[in-house]
Design a protein around this ligand. Structure first.
Ligand SMILES: *[C@@H]1O[C@H](CO)[C@@H](O)[C@H](O)[C@H]1NC(C)=O
Ligand SMILES: *[C@@H]1O[C@H](CO)[C@@H](O)[C@H](O)[C@H]1NC(C)=O
Ligand SMILES: *[C@@H]1O[C@H](CO)[C@@H](O)[C@H](O)[C@H]1NC(C)=O
Ligand SMILES: *[C@@H]1O[C@H](CO)[C@@H](O)[C@H](O)[C@H]1NC(C)=O
Ligand SMILES: *[C@@H]1O[C@H](CO)[C@@H](O)[C@H](O)[C@H]1NC(C)=O
Ligand SMILES: *[C@@H]1O[C@H](CO)[C@@H](O)[C@H](O)[C@H]1NC(C)=O
Ligand SMILES: *[C@@H]1O[C@H](CO)[C@@H](O)[C@H](O)[C@H]1NC(C)=O
Length: 268
């Protein structure tokens, strides 16, 4: 990936204010609170679910955690804004937790926290994936499982207004690759790829399993997939080809991302 693209991705998941909200200043302040609360640095925030995606829970959190809320924003927002929020606290709370009248209005304050959650979890996933790909140490299974979990959190936080651009798709694809990596399907492919000796010649087709050539890999899991299924079953047993169709399709869909995982210390 070139540096420019990388820069864009970091920017995407870092940006504080992607949209200019209505009533910008107060909501900017509340949004900043979301970012700080995700950092979870203050004791007072530890037991309060300010960021819950469930409106009832969030409502309750902001009611019981009012003191904590103001304690947190006093260092990040201007005084007049804090006074304004303080005066209209219940009203602000309602606009944030209430389902928008127009669900396709992505500027509705309701999406403020949804977006904050999405951005943060996307950034978490992106950084873990980057670290994994570029690692000089071998990852243990539990670390890979953790990346899966963070990825799942990212997928869960996707909502109707979250941007779906190439950076988002890249993180999604790489998350899919991480999921694939934990399947018997990939375990088998890796086993065959790691085998230094050439495979016996098969009648249906003669693949070069060590290849990194896109067109060959594509063929292996599309037009010639049934032959490949047969070979994998023969080498790794039945369990490796359970869900073969699904895994093959996912492999092909994420082929570009998968290829970048073929190298390094944590290869597929
Ligand atoms: C308080 O904020 C609301 C919404 O941001 C705005 O409409 C209102 O004018 C502000 N009031 C004061 C006194 O600043
Ligand atoms: C959070 O809750 C746990 C258990 O409910 C309690 O032990 C802990 O003291 C609480 N922490 C704070 C900072 O309130
Ligand atoms: C809902 O919001 C979208 C996006 O801002 C807008 O295009 C659409 O006209 C709105 N619908 C209604 C009924 O206001
Ligand atoms: C990968 O890691 C090496 C050192 O471990 C570093 O020099 C290099 O810049 C990293 N590449 C990326 C794309 O982060
Ligand atoms: C998963 O990764 C995150 C981010 O690096 C880390 O904060 C967390 O402790 C990890 N969880 C486990 C169970 O390893
Ligand atoms: C994601 O959502 C699923 C289904 O709602 C849930 O079972 C899972 O625990 C969630 N995972 C994370 C990490 O939020
Ligand atoms: C994969 O990368 C190649 C060359 O970099 C590109 O032409 C192709 O469109 C990409 N495929 C997908 C599915 O992104």
């Amino acid at each position: 990936m070139n540096l420019f693209r990388e820069f864009l991705i970091v920017l995407l998941f870092n940006m504080a204010t992607p949209y200019s909200w209505h009533n910008q200043d107060s909501y900017y302040c509340i949004r900043s609170f979301c970012t700080v609360a995700l950092g979870d640095t203050r004791d007072c925030q530890k037991n309060i679910s300010f960021l819950s995606s469930d409106p009832k829970t969030q409502q309750k959190a902001f009611t019981t955690g009012k003191t904590c809320f103001f304690d947190t924003i006093k260092s990040i927002c201007d005084k007049p804004i804090i006074e304004n929020i303080s005066k209209n606290y219940d009203k602000y709370l309602e606009t944030i937790t209430k389902k928008p009248e127009n669900v396709s209005d992505c500027f509705d304050p309701h999406y403020l926290f949804a977006q904050c959650r999405w951005r943060q979890s996307g950034r978490d996933a992106y950084l873990l994936l980057k670290n994994y790909k570029n690692s000089t140490k071998k990852f243990e299974a539990k670390d890979v499982a953790n990346i899966s979990k963070v990825c799942q959190g990212f997928k869960n936080s996707t909502y109707s207004c979250s941007p779906h651009d190439s950076s988002t798709r890249m993180v999604e694809d790489e998350c899919d690759v991480i999921d694939l990596k934990q399947t018997p399907f990939i375990a088998c492919l890796s086993k065959i790829r790691a085998n230094k000796e050439a495979l016996p010649k098969y009648k249906c087709v003669n693949f070069d399993f060590q290849t990194k050539k896109v067109s060959t890999l594509m063929q292996m899991f599309t037009t010639k997939k049934w032959c490949n299924k047969w070979i994998m079953k023969k080498h790794c047993g039945k369990s490796s080809v359970a869900d073969f169709k699904k895994h093959a399709a996912l492999f092909v869909k994420t082929l570009n991302s998968t290829l970048s995982y073929f190298t390094g210390y944590n290869p597929i």
